[in-house]
Design a protein around this ligand. Sequence first.
Ligand SMILES: [Zn+2]
Length: 76
Amino acid sequence: MKQFESLRASSLYCKKCAAAMPVREKLLLVLPDKEIYDYLCTNCASSLGQREVTAGELMMARSQTTRRPAMSQIGF
Ligand SMILES: [Zn+2]
């Protein structure tokens, strides 16, 4: 799953935990031209933020780390 590393925030500040916590990335919504991810605290599962990733960004990020097409992971 190396191709996801560049898209993922490794940790975000959690108000509940009062510390920067590792986050879990959850795919919230898949649209034709982008995906929306929710970042959840791995400790208390609070939503710490969201990120929109356009299809172009996904393609670029994945082509930088892997040479093979990863269309199945985009979800079309
Ligand atoms: Zn937390």
